[in-house]
Design a binder for this molecule. Structure first.
Ligand code: MN
Ligand code: ZN
Length: 340
């Protein structure tokens, strides 16, 4: 069967690998039908993802059909359309004991530390499979994964109705977070460098927008919050200076959620953290949020239809990654398909 492997940074190859064999009674074989390309996949390809190990069959946004089931499997059956959880945790360590398996001491992420979804079949525990709503195509269902990441960040933020949220970044990550955040909180300020993204965010429920190239972020946030700053800030821009900016833009007793994966050091100011008693919280992957995301779709609170802008067959993965590098403004979500 065909697979896409990143041999080392900047080297992508289409390879033939053995189809997986079902050996564990608790596992299933999923025949992949769609695999999303995420910013972190692009990072693995370009060698800018600190978590990645090579060579790797990448892809952590995985949708498919159950093709084989082990003897003990009860939650899914052959033919079910599913999305596959990317997080593999040990269940024994300190974070796992605190129900924080997404930061397990022995964490493995499919497509990052172990082979992922850019292959025709994958062997996974049945409990990592979640049945898709009928209302979604396989390609659009890929967006459930970024939705879980967004739910995780809002959960880490402890977002409440009366919060004044500053969402920094209106790109793919920021717009996913906005979609979740607006259901929990009415006052959302979104900041970005692109006017068209900001306009779209406004249509999608942001109350105020700030173009940080034209306006002073901290000044504007203060203006929109009666001078006190945001009560909670989420960094969905993940650029070098974003943490320091958010330390300044967040008011006393506020929370700041970081989501970046850059390892380059950046200057922060301890006085801001101490004097305001700020809480800085990381948000990584997602902690059992697939069920929640699917429930929101089934309840009609979330519509992911039409999220995908482009599809490429798996065997044209190189073209897809090259196209992403053009930063074409038409790009929303790109999904690899398996109908080649
Ligand atoms: Mn993703
Ligand atoms: Zn663990």
């Amino acid at each position: 069967m065909k697979a896409v492997r990143i041999v080392k940074p900047e080297q992508l190859e289409i390879i033939d690998v053995e189809k997986p064999v079902l050996t564990d009674d608790n596992n299933v074989i999923v025949k992949m039908t769609a695999a999303g390309i995420c910013g972190s996949d692009v990072g693995i390809y370009h060698g800018t993802n600190a978590a990645a190990t090579y060579p790797r069959i990448i892809g952590h946004e995985m949708v498919g059909i159950i093709a084989e089931v082990g003897n003990n499997v009860t939650n899914v059956k052959i033919g079910d359309r599913v999305i596959v959880n990317q997080v593999i945790s040990c269940g024994h360590c300190y974070p796992c004991s605190k129900n924080r398996g997404n930061v397990c001491d022995n964490l493995a992420v499919r497509g990052v530390h172990t082979d992922g979804g850019y292959q025709e079949y994958i062997n996974v525990p049945a409990t990592d499979c979640y049945i898709l709503p009928d209302s979604l195509s396989d390609a659009d269902a890929i967006m459930i994964e970024p939705t879980t990441i967004a739910i995780q960040s809002c959960s880490r933020a402890g977002l409440e109705k009366d919060d004044m949220l500053l969402l920094y970044g209106a790109g793919a990550l920021g717009s996913s977070i906005l979609r979740i955040a607006r259901q929990m909180c009415d006052n959302i300020i979104i900041a970005d460098i692109m006017d068209d993204k900001l306009e779209e965010a406004k249509k999608n429920g942001a109350k105020y927008t700030i173009n940080v190239l034209k306006e002073d972020l901290v000044e504007k946030v203060k203006e929109y919050t009666g001078g006190r700053g945001a009560t909670v800030s989420i960094d969905a821009a993940c650029v070098k200076d974003s943490l320091m900016l958010l330390l300044n833009a967040t008011g006393n007793a506020g929370r700041i959620v970081t989501m970046g994966f850059s390892t380059s050091s950046t200057e922060v100011n301890q006085f801001l953290i101490t004097s305001k008693e700020l809480e800085i919280r990381g948000s990584r992957l997602q902690n059992k949020m697939f069920g929640k995301a699917i429930e929101m779709i089934n309840d009609g609170k979330l519509d992911l239809n039409g999220s995908v802008s482009h599809t490429f067959p798996l065997t044209k993965a190189q073209e897809a990654f090259d196209f992403i590098d053009t930063r074409d403004p038409s790009i929303r979500k790109i999904v690899l398909t398996f109908d080649f």
